[in-house]
Design a protein around this ligand. Structure first.
Ligand code: PLP
Length: 451
């Protein structure tokens, strides 16, 4: 399709010079996003687009919050950078550490800051292995993760993740990381009812521990709800069984809260939603509403007490606890608290969003709609009853994603699963618009399939 000359010029630059993440390098001519406000984006063709993905699961407060801009510029004037390496710190990083400790569940009271979620998971891997070694158990090295999980793109992050196409590039995973099944009933549950399937998948954890030897297992990492894997909401039986198994063996529980954290489920953290009490938690994205990059690892009292005995942890990033990012995160959390946003998601927006989204179940192309809080997934199928998908080559998910973009809606496609995660501040009227547009795009996809 033809675009205006300015768009064309930007696309040419992109093709010549910009290697975008997870992109087809044969065609790097992107849609150019030029501005945003509230839950809407605008592109260089002047199209207004409802952002059903909150950027990349991160713009919790939506776009254009002046307070965050002010917090960043104030901090840039006062102290734009200083490191936290030389036995030095600054007020924003300290205030932020205390604030996060207040809102995280249980005894998660100690913060190691990073530039994003991937670095948070790398930090976790080194800290967990260091923890066991410091207890005189250096053989406890293996981290168990799950197939199809996404935990980032650094070497450790991508190894912890369970995405095959990522492992195939660069010789991953690194040693000492193994993957068990995901609780993805829709795709893998077969004839089992959801709860039986949940137990069966959770029991794989115990089988893996026994097969490898419990004295070798350092930690288990999982998202409360697997996000980039396809918003895989586990059956209710899953987490209680996992908790039982982790309690039985001496294994650390790591929650990757990069997507679920900061209100996405209607609780502060996905671990709160499921009543899980992890020993470590990685955070990013909603921490700053994505306005500036920042992530972190939250460490429990138990883990902290042990590593304190050893002293040094030889690890850190130039931008660990960056003052500008910390100032923005503090302001972001202040707004989330003062405007009661997490509670509003729980009591108002999420029930409405989940109800409206489930109306799409009636659509002939839809095999399942699921979700928690402001996370949603729509499974596209050829046959509802047997949960049969269209052949992969037809790329139905991407087809639907294109119809969405062309009609002013961002929905992400993970295979043939359409993903929705709007900003937490979305209104009910905007939810209505989202569902209307999604319905139109499902219709257009179906029409294109000739079904
Ligand atoms: N963990 C999860 C669950 C994620 O979804 C992501 C990013 O999408 C990451 C980790 C990696 O975070 P980042 O891209 O900030 O490094």
């Amino acid at each position: 399709s033809s675009v205006n000359p300015q768009t064309k010029a930007w696309q040419d630059i992109s093709q010549k010079h910009h290697l975008a993440p997870f992109s087809d390098y044969k065609d790097l001519r992107p849609r150019i996003i030029t501005k945003a406000k509230g839950v809407y984006l605008w592109d260089s063709e002047g199209q207004k687009i409802l952002d059903g993905m909150a950027g990349l699961w991160c713009t919790a407060l939506g776009y254009g919050r002046e307070e965050l801009v002010e917090a960043a510029s104030r901090q840039m004037r006062e102290l734009p950078f200083y490191n936290t390496f030389f036995k030095t710190a600054h007020p924003p990083v300290l205030e932020l550490a205390r604030t996060i400790a207040e809102i995280t569940p249980g005894n998660l009271n100690h913060l190691f800051f990073t530039g994003g979620g991937s670095e948070g998971n790398d930090t976790m891997l080194r800290l967990v292995r260091h923890y066991w070694a410091s207890k005189g158990m250096p053989e406890k090295q293996i981290i168990i993760s799950r197939k199809n999980a996404y935990h980032g793109s650094t070497v450790a992050g991508a190894s912890l993740g369970g995405m095959k196409p990522m492992h195939e590039q660069g010789g991953l995973p690194i040693p000492g990381i193994v993957h068990i099944a995901q609780p993805y009933w829709f795709a893998e549950g077969g004839d089992l009812d959801e709860e039986t399937f949940g137990i069966q998948v959770a029991d794989e954890l115990e089988k893996k521990i026994q097969a490898l030897g419990e004295n070798k297992i350092a930690a288990f990492i999982a998202e409360p709800i697997q996000g980039a894997g396809g918003v895989i909401v586990p059956p209710a039986s899953y987490w209680p069984r996992i908790r039982e198994i982790l309690a039985k063996y001496d294994i650390l529980f790591v929650a990757d809260e990069v997507i679920c954290g900061f209100g996405r489920t209607g609780e502060w953290f996905g671990s709160d939603y499921y009543g899980n009490q992890p020993d470590l938690m990685t955070i990013a994205k909603g921490l700053t509403s994505g306005y500036v990059p920042m992530g972190g690892l939250v460490v429990s009292d138990k883990v902290y007490q042990q590593i304190k005995e050893v002293g040094d942890f030889n690890h850190g990033f130039t931008y660990s606890g960056h003052p500008v990012a910390a100032a923005v995160a503090l302001e972001n959390i202040r707004i989330l608290r003062e405007e009661n946003i997490v509670e509003t998601v729980k009591t108002q927006t999420a029930p409405y969003f989940q109800k409206r989204l489930r109306e799409l179940c009636a659509h002939p192309l839809v095999g399942e709609v699921r979700g928690v809080g402001l996370l949603g997934a729509i499974e596209l199928v050829k046959d509802k009853a047997s949960r049969t998908r269209y052949p992969e080559a037809q790329a139905v998910g991407m087809m639907c994603r294109e119809h969405c973009f062309n009609n002013g809606l961002v929905m992400r496609a993970v295979g043939d699963t359409m993903i929705i995660a709007p900003p937490l501040v979305i209104s009910k009227t905007e939810v209505d618009e989202l569902v209307e547009k999604a319905t139109l795009c499902l219709d257009l996809t179906q029409k294109q399939l000739g079904a």
